[in-house]
Design a protein around this ligand. Structure first.
Ligand SMILES: *Cc1c(COP(=O)(O)O)cnc(C)c1O
Length: 243
């Protein structure tokens, strides 16, 4: 028992330290790109992290958390400190699982097709709500990745704008793994260009409030390229331990 609590204490301290470092980096990157700290949303990707540790980060000031597995979200749901933070879904979502999270999250970040959009809308309406979503773009055109291909984005947005029960609030992307920073920046810049282009089109019922991209290794670069939401996991919580 003694050992465990020491371990947990060390974990909490490292989360506090990491949180401060990330905050500092976000401020710096925001400034570099002509914005303020408050223009950027810092969302913590909380997969594999215990609710105790998540809530400790919330105590540090963290306001947004994102889960990417339905089962895990449900198992931790009663323990999140949701009076102080906002819970989102950021992972791949199967249509048959939408029902389980529709009343639990404020935003579903990972909508890559019309079928999923329609199911979210259907479930949202059953709960008398409108679900905010982001459209996930497969910016690296990777075969085994979810998200809409860039050239099909506009059509999906027009179709989504007609669906009652959802409201598109922006775009999200997970670029391919890159060894060079300059490489990943190309994807971020490309996403930002698309984001600006869509914003200028003013499609009914669609707003481009959020551009969600950038993770632990590259959130500063993402912000400098125009992201206003970053999803950071291991840089905050340490290396993930999968059970
Ligand atoms: C896990 C995860 C992240 C964060 O990954 P890190 O590299 O640990 O920061 C971001 N986005 C999604 C969708 C994730 O599943």
């Amino acid at each position: 028992m003694e050992k465990l609590s020491d371990e947990l204490k060390a974990k909490m301290e490292s989360v506090e330290y990491n949180y401060a470092v990330i905050e500092e980096n976000i401020s710096e990157a925001a400034e570099k790109s002509g914005r303020k700290r408050d223009d950027i949303i810092f969302l913590a990707a909380t997969k594999t992290v215990s609710s105790e540790v998540i809530n400790h980060a919330v105590g540090c000031g963290l306001k947004y958390i994102g889960e990417n597995r339905v089962q895990e979200l449900l198992s931790k749901y009663d323990e999140y400190d949701l009076s102080r933070c906002d819970l989102q879904f950021i992972g791949h979502l199967q249509t048959n699982k939408v029902r389980q999270i529709i009343d639990k999250v404020s935003l579903i970040q990972s909508v890559g097709g019309e079928k999923l959009a329609r199911e979210i809308a259907r479930q949202a309406k059953a709960h008398n709500k409108i679900m905010d979503v982001l459209i996930e773009v497969n910016i690296g055109r990777e075969e085994n990745k979810s998200g809409v291909m860039p050239e099909q984005l506009e059509e999906l947005l027009y179709n989504a704008s007609q669906i009652d029960g959802i409201c598109v609030k922006g775009l999200m992307a997970i670029p391919p793994i890159c060894t060079e920073k300059s490489q990943i920046c190309k994807y971020f810049e490309n996403m930002h260009r698309i984001f600006i282009d869509i914003s200028s089109k003013t499609i009914d019922n669609i707003s481009m409030d959020y551009l969600s991209m950038g993770m632990s290794d590259d959130y500063s670069e993402a912000i400098e390229c125009g992201a206003n939401m970053v999803r950071v996991g291991s840089a905050l919580f340490g290396k993930r331990i999968y059970k």
